[in-house]
Design a protein around this ligand. Sequence first.
Ligand code: DX5
Ligand code: ZN
Length: 230
Amino acid sequence: MILSPSLLSADFGNLERELAALRQAGLSWAHWDVMDGMFVPNITFGPPIIRRLRRESPLFFDVHLMIEAPERYLADFAAAGADLLVVHVEASRHLDRTLREIRRLGMRAGAALNPSTPVSAVEEVLDTLDLVLIMSVNPGFGGQTFLPRSLDKVRSLAELLRRRGSAALIAVDGGVDPGNAGELTRQGADVLVAGSAFFHFPPYAERRAAFIAAAPSGRADPSALFGLIP
Ligand code: DX5
Ligand code: ZN
């Protein structure tokens, strides 16, 4: 299981220090929530902030774009140093082209599904996907309650990936905590994104240990997860 702490719940006045603390606590991923005030009713940060922090941190930058027409900014996020770029299927009219472009720019490509979007929305683009992100809350804010139906969605997605021979990772984002982490990984989740349930419970090394204890790896060989663990 890969734990990807969502910086949305970190101290925005000390992002450099927060990233260093994550690394020190043994984390390898950091999740960036980019919001534009259009696709979701909230605004956060964009490429300049990520580019600046890229110079300070070797963590795997998992960038979740909650923005309309993300194809306008793919090159900017590549230049900013994103390792994985996740776009919402609801926000990208030509999803296949967008995902191909993300890979062409040298990043891993991910697609996110809102709670109302069925798993079948990624069925035709599986060959171009490194990760599928299941939103387990309606996106826009941290600290919301986990939607239990997301568990079924993780299971259906895991079945679909297995059936199609896809090695894409399954990520879950929203209301994830040590209480549901075990069930999520049992249903097939590989990556757990956690904001408030991670950052509000320091020290980070202990919190990481709590997540890991609750969620033994869902897959037989986590080191085979597409080389995504740095
Ligand atoms: C929500 C974001 C999440 C958010 C999760 O729109 O995509 O990454 O930070 O926060 P928690 O873990 O607090 O629900
Ligand atoms: Zn997110």
